[in-house]
Every structure is written in C-alpha cells, then in structure tokens.
Design a binder for this molecule. Structure first.
Ligand SMILES: [Zn+2]
Length: 449
C-alpha cells in the first residue's frame, strides 16, 4: 500500500467511544492505520511530524468512525423479495456493491457487518476492499443466511432445497453442519441463521429452527473459531438462540422475560435494528409502503424497546444497526438513525447511544480491541463532526455535518459528487400494471347501482 501522510486533528471535543465524558481541546494524531497520539492540543501538536495534514476541529467533535452492525451491502436498495432473490446476478451484484460502498464512507461509516450476501459474495467483496481493489469501509461478513425450507422472510419464494440469492436452504442437521463448514472455508467471518420466518396464513414470524438445530450450527462454527448471528423475530427463537450459543441476536422482537433471562445468562449481544421499522412507521407513506401501518410498526418498536431498555440495564451489549440495503433504508442515508431511536425509545443518553454504535459495535467486526474507540494504538477510523452529538445525536445523520472522515488513516473525499447511476436493464421487477384493469375501472361497464 502507498505511504499515507500523518493526519493531525486539533482543538476538538473528544468523544472517545468508551462512554467517558467528552474532553475539550483535544488533538488526535493518526499515522497509517493507527492512532498514534491523543491528548491536549498543545502537547500533541508539539510532537506531531511537520508534514502532517492539519484539520482544525475547533467547535467540532472528534469521535470514532461509526460502525453499522447490521446492513446488507449487496442488496442494492432492493424494493421487493422478487427483486432480491431473482434479479441479482453475481458479477453485477459485486460491481454494483463496489459502486455503493463509498456512500457508506461518505456517511461516516468506517466499518460495517453484513450478515448475508447475495450469491455469497461477501467474503470476496471484503477481500477486494482489504486489498485496495475497491474503496469501502472495513467489512465483516457472512456468506449466505441459513434457512430451513420454511423459507425465512421470503416464504414460498425460497426453494425447498439449494441456494437462491442470499439464502442457503438446509433441512437436516447434517446439511446445517456441512454448510456451516463450507461457508467458513469460503471466508465467512460469521454464520447467519434465519431462526424465524413468515408463512402465509400465519401471523407474525414463527420459529423455524429447533434448539438442537441451532445448537448444531453454533457448535460447528465455534469449533472453527467463527461466531454465529441469528435473525430472531419472536421471543421463543430469541430464547433458544441464546441458549444454543448464538453470539449476536438480530431484532429479538417481542422478547419476553424468559428470553431476556436466557440472553443475560448467555452473554449474547443484541442488535435490535429498529431503523427499518421506524422508517416504515414515519416515512412509509412517502414512498408508497406501509400505508396506514404507522401504529403497527410504532407499536412493535415500543413493545420491544421497553424490553431492550431492561436488557441494557441488565448489562446486555446492545449494538446499532440500520438494515441499510433496502428501498426504505438506502445506503448513505440512515446509518445513524438507530442512535436516535435508542435515545428516544430506550431512553439512553446520546453518549450511551454513541458508545453502542462505536465501541459495542466493534464486537460485530470481531475487532473489539482495535476499533470503535479513539485511543493510542487503535485503528485510524475517526470522524470530525460539526456540533456536538452528545447534545443532539441526530446531527450524526446529517452528512453536511461531517467535516472529516478518516478511514484507515486516509481522508475520505467528502466534496466529490454523490454517486449517481442509471438503471441496469432487468434489475427491477417489471409490473404490467399497478392496478387491475377491470371493466369498471376502464369505464366500459357501468358499476351496478
Ligand atoms: Zn437484516
């Protein structure tokens, strides 16, 4: 890799990611992918190399780069399951992913965890980023989500066996073990299980894995040194996932007392990922989704948030994830919204929410000791933010407030035009019509009176 110039950030209010009280008039010096000095501006400046690039952070906040602990970088802001499973080809998905990745950096996201990727391309995308072939944040990745033939969140679109899109269908414990091992061979940082799924004519999501099945995957992955994450959108799946040894529970929706106890006992982390629901509730009608559903999604957030607060108080590590990659959560726009939800719905302080999105989230990167904190010896992912997010955490959602983004010791170009592209032929599901052309609608038959 080419030599990078040192970067000296001076005079800022340091929010270091540990939850410690902010410290004014702080300077941070980074060189290569390391933070080499943190301290009073005068002191750090005196020892800084003369060729360091200077960034004045007076009146601004210096903080760790944001980590998004749950997004889907290969989905390309997808609008439907049909599109997701049947309109994403492997090579094109990789190219489009490379196009979208810089949007994350531009939003201050210097690391992210993607649990499942279309056609299992995640490890290849990660390796390309790490080698400098494409530009993007640090990435921790799964391969494909393990689904039973119930079909996860796409029900009957998922075949009874085999692979489609981001899904690998596994039906027996033998297949679960074999697929887990194969994914690890192909570079999985994590194994992802879809522990709940929806089935037509059934309300909500049902648990579609048994405890023994969950346990088999956890044991196999752990023996090979790889952690396991599980999508759990009901209480029983959250309970069984925790008991089986799942390391990171996604959603934990409608978690009850028994499940909370199991999570506390197991030490699993939870990434509730409210942002998708919050966007549906607040803005769904602006994009023709979830019309009239505001109360339902708000209700789900409220029901789960109350228990998440209790989990937090009981010492459960909560992570911030945005579920970016869907039409309701496009890349570069909503990565920091989860912090706002943590403040408003869980009653966390902005500082506590920032700690979740930085130090806590480093766990999802499997870099808990190296990332998410601004301190000497940590990796060089640092933001300079106009204003004070410990007063109003929402300012982290405003890209115009980002004065500097340092990723792996390099400054991200924040002045370049926002990436725009044209539609790729065949990438969207084509509808013949948005409405059904009945004779009445056409006006050729008069409605019966
Ligand atoms: Zn997800």
């Amino acid at each position: 890799m080419p030599v990078t110039q040192p970067i000296l950030i001076t005079g800022g209010r340091l929010v270091d990611g540990t939850g410690a009280a902010p410290v004014d008039d702080t300077a941070v010096l980074v060189h290569g992918d390391s933070i080499v000095a943190v301290g009073p501006t005068a002191e750090v400046t005196a020892s800084a190399p003369a060729d360091a690039v200077a960034i004045d952070a007076t009146g601004r906040t210096i903080m760790p780069g944001l980590i998004d602990a749950h997004l889907h970088v290969t989905f390309d802001d997808v609008q439907s399951n049909d599109e997701l499973f049947f309109h994403r080809q492997p090579a094109l998905a990789a190219l489009v992913t490379a196009f979208n990745l810089p949007k994350l950096l531009r939003a201050g996201v210097t690391s992210f965890f993607d649990p499942d990727t279309v056609h299992g391309i995640g490890p290849q995308v990660r390796d390309a980023i790490e080698a400098g072939v494409i530009d993007g944040p640090r990435m921790a990745t799964g391969v494909q989500a393990l689904l039973t033939s119930v079909g996860g969140t796409a029900g009957r679109l998922i075949p009874d066996e085999g692979e489609v899109g981001y899904a690998a269908v596994v039906n027996t414990i033998d297949e679960m073990v074999t697929t887990t091992r194969r994914q690890i061979k192909h570079g999985a940082d994590w194994i992802k299980i879809h522990a709940t799924g929806s089935i037509p004519r059934h309300d909500g999501e049902l648990q579609v894995w048994t405890y023994d099945e969950l346990r088999a995957v956890c044991d196999t992955a752990h023996e090979l040194g790889v952690p396991v994450t599980a999508h759990c959108r009901n209480a029983s799946s959250t309970r069984d996932a925790a008991r089986a040894g799942v390391d990171l529970i996604l959603h934990a929706s409608f978690i009850d007392e028994e499940a909370l106890e199991a999570v506390v006992a197991s030490g699993a982390a939870i990434c509730p990922t409210f942002t998708f629901l919050a966007n549906l509730a607040d803005y769904g009608d602006k994009v023709g989704a979830g019309e009239g559903m505001t109360d339902i999604f708000r209700g789900e957030i409220k029901a789960t948030a109350e228990m998440m607060r209790r989990a937090y108080d009981a010492g459960v590590r909560l992570l911030c994830g945005s579920e970016s990659g869907f039409a309701l959560t496009p890349y570069g726009h909503w990565h920091a919204r989860e912090l706002e939800v943590f403040v408003e719905e869980l009653g966390l302080s902005p500082l506590e929410a920032i700690t979740c999105a930085t130090r806590n989230n480093a766990m999802a990167m499997r870099m808990g000791d190296e990332l998410g904190v601004v301190a000497v010896g940590k990796r060089a992912d640092v933001l300079v933010v106009d204003g004070d997010p410990t007063v109003d955490v929402r300012i982290l959602q405003d890209r115009d407030r980002l004065a500097a983004v340092v990723s792996r010791g390099r400054l991200v170009d924040l002045d370049a035009p926002w990436p725009e592209r044209r539609r790729i032929p065949g990438e969207k599901v084509g509808n013949w019509a948005a409405e059904i052309l009945t004779a009445e609608r056409a006006g050729v038959m008069s409605p019966r009176t």
